[in-house]
Design a protein around this ligand. Structure first.
Ligand SMILES: Nc1ncnc2c1ncn2[C@@H]1O[C@H](COP(=O)(O)OP(=O)(O)OP(=O)(O)O)[C@@H](O)[C@H]1O
Ligand SMILES: [Mg+2]
Length: 265
């Protein structure tokens, strides 16, 4: 008798944009939370030495091992996945990070295959989850390259303002270069974040621009735009998860749109 094994198709999504403060962490969390709420098993990986995702979720890492220990970077104590992962809720887990992750790039740059460490450790535990979501730092350094190498697809938050337009081509060049290491990498889409709908003309111009970029690169801009929540310069977890703020409503619509795309594939 042949044993039939159910193969779970886990998808790894990296949230990337080397521009700072464009809602990468907020988008990673909102997507993770939304997919978890719809019954999917989610692993969030905080892969930013700023540790914003970790602190946003309310964790203090002073006494616990973090992503750098999981990666197995020399001179650091190496920890197993189960010793590092934090259980946020029934469907949502987190690999936390903090400033100690700053030690990783020096080590990774010195190693042949240093771009593949994150992929290697994710591969070991991937089948426990439906989605692995990686939050990256505002940089295109080797940590972000590790995320790009590990990812099946990318979601790029785009803040519709002039400064955002400039960095996109650099990001696209980097993604193109990473294709040599990860042939299947694809941009799932751009998501317009922090949109100020009162500034209609500027918004339209920037959204038109990003739609052109998306078309040229064989991808799309999600219909669900995330409005800037006027009430909050710093959104809290509660704003994002429970309250009817503009951003939380918009992210809920974005997650539904994302899932609809998944069902079509
Ligand atoms: N839709 C929104 N409305 C209002 N504030 C927002 C919105 N989205 C994110 N913010 C706020 O903007 C700030 C930057 O967001 P976030 O930390 O998610 O960006 P980031 O791209 O991860 O930043 P970094 O590049 O530093 O990692 C945060 O204070 C966040 O609470
Ligand atoms: Mg961030």
């Amino acid at each position: 008798m042949t044993l039939k094994r159910e193969i779970k198709m886990t998808k790894t999504i990296a949230i990337v944009n080397q521009k700072g403060g464009v809602a990468k962490t907020t988008t990673a969390l909102a997507l993770g939370h939304g997919l978890a709420a719809s019954g999917k098993k989610i692993l969030l990986i905080d892969f930013d030495p700023q540790g914003s995702l970790t602190t946003f979720l309310g964790y203090d890492t002073s006494d616990v091992p973090t992503a750098i220990e999981w990666l197995g970077v020399q001179r650091k104590h190496v920890a197993a996945f189960d010793d590092v992962v934090l259980n946020v809720n029934a469907n949502l887990d987190l690999i936390p990070s903090d400033i100690s992750l700053e030690e990783a790039p020096g080590y990774l740059y010195s190693k042949p295959g240093g771009h593949g460490y994150l992929l290697a450790v994710i591969s070991e535990i991937k089948d426990r989850y439906d989605y692995v979501i990686i939050d990256t730092s505002p940089s295109l350094n080797i940590l972000t390259i590790n995320a790009l190498v590990a990812a099946d697809e990318l979601i790029v938050p785009f803040k519709p303002e002039v400064g955002s337009v400039k960095g996109i081509s650099l990001l696209l060049d980097t993604i193109r270069d990473v294709r040599a290491l990860n042939r299947s990498i694809r941009i799932a889409g751009f998501v317009v974040v922090m949109a100020d709908k009162r500034r209609k003309q500027a918004l339209k111009e920037n959204v038109d621009y990003i739609q052109g970029v998306a078309r040229e690169n064989g991808t799309k801009v999600y219909n669900s735009m995330i409005r800037a929540s006027a009430s909050a310069t710093r959104l809290t977890k509660e704003d994002l998860f429970t309250r009817g703020t503009a951003a939380s409503d918009d992210y809920a619509a974005f997650v539904q749109e994302y899932l609809k795309g998944e069902n079509k594939q």
